[in-house]
Structure formats: C-alpha cells, structure tokens
Design a protein around this ligand. Sequence first.
Ligand code: FES
Length: 135
Amino acid sequence: MYSDKVMEHFRNPRNVGVVENADGTGKVGNPVCGDIMEMTIKVEDDRLVDVKFRTFGCGSAIATSSITTELVIGKTIEEALALTNRAVAQALDGLPPNKMHCSNLAADALHDAIKDYLSKRDGLEEPAGEGESSQ
Ligand code: FES
C-alpha cells in the first residue's frame, strides 16, 4: 500500500524539531482530518539553509514533511514556493489516493513559513517613517 520511500521516511524522519532562531514559522491544520503541521525555516542569502517540522499527523504526513525538508533545504525561496504537494508525493513514489490530502500539510506549512519570513523581511526593510501601515 505504501511505497518503500514512504515507509523509510516514516520510520526515520529527517529534520524533526524546531529551527533555532527561525526566520519564519508556518502552522496549518488539515481540514480533512484535523491534523496539524508546523514548519520553521532559516534563510540566508535568499536560500533555505535549514527547515524543520513538527506534526500531530499520520504516517503519510510525517513522510511527506520529512521529504519536503530534504527537497527544499539549499533551494531558493522562489524554488521552495514552487514546490507542490503533487511533487512531494511523487518524490515518495506516490501515496495511496485516500492519503493524498496528507501531503497538503507539508507544502502548505512550508509556504506559510516562507510567507511569514517574507512579511518580516519586508517589514524590516521598510524604512521607518512613512510606510503603509495597513496589512
Ligand atoms: Fe491527517 Fe494524514 S490523516 S494528515
């Protein structure tokens, strides 16, 4: 039912935990099952140099998050934003159809963390004084 890659990442998940002094944090819930995923990222020179995850999710969520961190560490922000849940599932040699929704968590939490980073970065780069204060 599950590919060897899914089982391998489920048994030995990579990059579990929280990045110290994270530049961005993303947290999403899966509307289908109610599971939760958190991703933290470290960015240097527009590249993800560290990504970690924590999840209250199923085995597929753990495996997809684990491989997502491997896929995007070292990538640019733009490349990481382009990562789709389908690409994540493909990198695991597929997921059972009724588990495809689980792969949404990892990509969504990653994108959320990047957006958090970008909003903080742009906020910091905004010169003090006459900035637009509305969000
Ligand atoms: Fe909830 Fe897989 S069943 S993330």
